[in-house]
Design a protein around this ligand. Structure first.
Ligand SMILES: CC1=C(/C=C/C(C)=C/C=C/C(C)=C/C=O)C(C)(C)CCC1
Ligand SMILES: [Fe+2]
Length: 342
């Protein structure tokens, strides 16, 4: 067990809710696609936009409460005020970067997500399982690299055209044709090299984990999930795949982590009081979710080229996620240290 592992009744509930049911959802979506079913792109964007309310935005809307709760410190109005100003300053600086250099900001967004989703998965493994293999610092870093890379790299290998179209749409909000210098990323030779490299990193990381900790349950869960995510992102078109993953994988795991450090919520969880649990999480996340929605509207107005389609609105949403994820990943990085995940 790692230092930060949760108390066991909470941990068992978190594990029960975040592993198997979510694997089933991904496997079901993947299987339907293997049978040849395809959702129209607008429906895929619609589902991605559903994460505005469905777990996605709300998962970051508790950031202002996260560190005080993790450190067992009181939440004060003054603390929230200072936190919010700093948070918006970081988000705002990244927003300006989007205006100045949209293509580089997009590339930065993919790398930021790679890091952040990797750190999220690593923490969940460390906290919800006996992931002894993560106690090795190199296996821990490599696991972040592999887990975060799955949603960012595998779609590039399997669905380069949709990847390119999302890139063009998002960058095009700022500068039509501005995604030009990202074009080499979509060349077959780049994709083959990235695919081989990432495949080797995946296998190498799992082997190294097995080597340092043996065939333990936490490692087996890691291996099963890594295989499942490879298959999922190789099968399901990325706008849809990322929408599903963002809600039921990344956000659900993060929210479960926050429930575990909130006594009111974790008591409701262990007592099976679902209504009370949802009310607690929902009321906590409501104000900042509303704030994020206002920012969504503001970005739609500020981008130089007004979004003229559902894809454009989806693009604005991705820019919103980008600017919010920078300070959010900062909070999670500190949380990882407080909970001794790293
Ligand atoms: C939709 C989509 C993409 C990127 C999505 C990203 C980067 C989402 C990030 C969300 C975050 C960081 C949420 C907060 O945790 C790709 C892979 C570029 C191409 C295909 C479709
Ligand atoms: Fe997150």
């Amino acid at each position: 067990m790692t230092d930060g592992a949760l108390a066991s009744p909470v941990r068992d509930r978190v594990a029960a809710g975040t592993f198997r049911p979510v694997w089933i959802v991904l496997a079901a979506v993947g299987s339907v696609h293997l049978l040849g079913v395809r959702l129209p792109t607008t429906a895929q964007y619609g589902l991605l936009l559903g994460t505005v309310l469905l777990l996605g935005l709300p998962h970051g809307a508790l950031d202002h409460l996260t560190l005080p709760r993790a450190r067992d410190e009181p939440v004060t109005l003054r603390g929230i005020g200072i936190f919010s100003v700093a948070y918006l300053a970081v988000a705002g600086a990244y927003g300006i970067a989007w205006l100045v250099a949209p293509a580089a900001s997009f590339a930065g967004f993919v790398l930021l997500t790679w890091f952040h989703w990797g750190q999220g998965d690593r923490a969940h493994l460390a906290l919800a399982t006996d992931a002894a293999h993560l106690e090795d610092p190199w296996v821990s870093r490599l696991t972040l690299l592999v887990r975060g890379g799955l949603p960012m790299v595998v779609p590039l290998l399997a669905f380069p055209e949709q990847y390119r179209s999302v890139t063009t749409t998002v960058v095009g909000l700022f500068d039509p044709g501005g995604g030009h210098w990202l074009a080499p990323a979509f060349d077959p030779s780049t994709r083959i090299a990235v695919g081989v490299g990432f495949g080797l990193a995946t296998v190498g990381t799992l082997l190294a984990g097995h080597y340092v900790a043996g065939d333990r349950r936490g490692w087996r869960i890691d291996a099963v999930e890594t295989g499942l995510l490879w298959a999922f992102f190789a099968t399901v078109p990325p706008i849809l795949a990322i929408g599903v993953y963002f809600a039921v994988w990344h956000s659900l795991r993060h929210l479960a982590r926050l429930v575990a450090i909130d006594e009111t919520a974790s008591t409701a969880l262990t007592e099976g009081a679902t209504g009370r649990l949802l009310a607690r999480v929902g009321t906590g996340a409501l104000p900042m979710t509303v704030g994020a929605l206002a920012l969504f509207g503001a970005i739609a107005v500020v981008v130089p080229n007004e979004p003229g389609s559902l894809a454009g609105v989806g693009g604005v949403y991705l820019v919103l996620l980008a600017v919010l994820t920078l300070p959010h990943a900062g909070v999670v990085t500190v949380l990882d240290r407080v909970q001794r995940v790293v």
